[in-house]
Design a protein around this ligand. Structure first.
Ligand code: GDP
Ligand code: MG
Length: 175
C-alpha cells in the first residue's frame, strides 16, 4: 500500500549569490542527507527537496538552485516567485563575492515578498588561510540589512544543516 507522505507545509527557498561560491554544494549537502530525495530539472531551474520536522510539523523544503544564471539580473522573476526564504551565499575567501551582496539583496527584495526570510551564508569557512572577509564585516552587513547570518563549509558539512534549520524555523515562525 502506498502511504503518501503527510506534509504540513512546503517552503520554497531560493539559493542565490555569485558563481562558484558553493551554492550547489551547500544544497547537495543539505538535500542528500535525506532518503526522501527528489530532484527536478527544468529549463534553467532546478530544485531539490528535503522533508524535515520542525515544531512537530512536517515541512518539505523545496530548495531552488540557479543553473548558471548568476550574472546580475539574469536570474528570472519566476525563480523568486513564491519564495518564503533565501540563502544568500558568498565565499569567505573571495572579497568580490561579498562586495556584490548588496546587489543581490536589492534584486531579491525587488522580486520577493517583504516577509521573505533571508539567511546570509559565508561559505568555504574551511579556507582559513585564504579568508578575505572578516566575520565581523558580515555580521555588520547582516545587521544593517536585517538578515540572519551563518558561516558554513559545504566541504566539511560544518553548519550547513544548522543554517537551513534556522532558516526553516524562522520561516515557520512567520507563516
Ligand atoms: P556555485 O556556482 O555557487 O553553485 O558553486 P559550486 O557549488 O559549484 O562550487 C564551486 C566550487 O567551490 C567547486 O569547486 C566546489 O568544490 C567548491 N566549494 C564549494 N563549497 C566549498 C566549501 O565549503 N569549501 C571549499 N574549500 N570549497 C568549496
Ligand atoms: Mg551552482
Amino acid at each position: 500500500e502506498y502511504v503518501p507522505e503527510k506534509v504540513d507545509y512546503v517552503f520554497k527557498v531560493v539559493v542565490i549569490g555569485d558563481s562558484a561560491v558553493g551554492k550547489t554544494q551547500i544544497l547537495s549537502r543539505f538535500a542528500k542527507k535525506e532518503f526522501c530525495l527528489e530532484s527536478k530539472s527544468t529549463i534553467g531551474v532546478e530544485f531539490q527537496t528535503r522533508t524535515v520536522s520542525i515544531k512537530s510539523k512536517v515541512i518539505k523544503a523545496q530548495i531552488w538552485d540557479t543553473a548558471g544564471q548568476e550574472r546580475y539580473r539574469a536570474v528570472t522573476t519566476a525563480y523568486y516567485r513564491g519564495a518564503l526564504g533565501a540563502m544568500l551565499v558568498y565565499d569567505i575567501s573571495r572579497r568580490q563575492s561579498f562586495d556584490n551582496l548588496a546587489r543581490w539583496v536589492e534584486e531579491l527584495r525587488a522580486n520577493s515578498d517583504n516577509s521573505i526570510v533571508i539567511m546570509l551564508i559565508g561559505n568555504k569557512a574551511d579556507l582559513v588561510e585564504q579568508r578575505a572577509v572578516p566575520t565581523e564585516d558580515a555580521v555588520e552587513f547582516a545587521k544593517d540589512q536585517g538578515l540572519f547570518f551563518a558561516e558554513t563549509s559545504a566541504l566539511s558539512g560544518d553548519n550547513v544543516d544548522k543554517a537551513f534549520f534556522q532558516l526553516l524555523e524562522e520561516i515557520y515562525a512567520v507563516v
